[in-house]
Design a protein around this ligand. Sequence first.
Ligand code: GLU
Length: 311
Amino acid sequence: MAGRFAPSPTGDLHLGNLRTALVAALLARTTGREFIIRMEDLDLVTASSDFEDRQIEDLAAIGVTTSRQIVRQSERFELYRQAISQLTDSGDAYPCYCSRREIRAEIEAAARAPHGNLPDGAYPGTCRDLTASQRAEREAEGRQPALRLRTSGETYVVNDLVAGRFVGGIDDVVLARSDGVPAYNLAVVVDDAAQGIDQVVRGDDLLSSTPRQMHLQHLLGLPTPEYAHVPLVLGEMGSRLAKRDGAITLRELLKRGETVNSVRDAIAQSIGCQPVKSDSDPFAEWSAHWSLARLSREPMYLSAFDLAVDS
Ligand code: GLU
């Protein structure tokens, strides 16, 4: 049994990421699970080992550590390829030659038609039933296909530990990009199962992707973990955190005169932890009293942190 935090090392973690990480580590600890950190560095163009080191340092500064070796997705392509072959062999995958722009145009054109409970930006299925000669035509144009999952309107129910019951449809998600890089939804499902993860804690922007992942688990014969999607920290206008919100990473806050402990304690307080009495091991102190019921189900505004966050 294990829980995990799985950041993408493409920048410094912001307060929202750090807060979710602390929930993940505490929920694993308080439910008797191991805690794993996984680096989701599939996209080698944007991921860097420098950011990986900084993220691990920042997580440790707020008390989030692991005793297990840190796993990198970039080192596991072979595992993902096996899963992709399995889905191709079972007829659950097909090549897709659409460019992003073509997909966007199709989605806009279809926007007037009802589309049930599909996630936003769902692929309209353009390449799903191409004939062999239509495929050959596109190949002859020099188009490199991505690989997509063949779906038929399935719906999944997520009984989320934080968000409650969520019902979501699935679409023909990308399994492998046209450059051969495995896609996020595929890799996450393979890794969660391979690492024995039965508890997934992450930001609630990924709740709508969970039905897709449950479908992949079903097709690959893998177990479905329990899910806890943590409400995001929002900027002043209710927007997702962005650099313009100012001083939202630990390092920026330190430059503004906050201390590691003040940031750590503000994050802990924001998820319902008791203030720590001594400095011996705050994580152990928090885990003695904390439970998920203490976490608010509402999104949190950046301004609600007692920190020098405003720009
Ligand atoms: N790597 C993803 C992110 O940083 C999280 C994926 C997950 O937890 O499933 O947004």
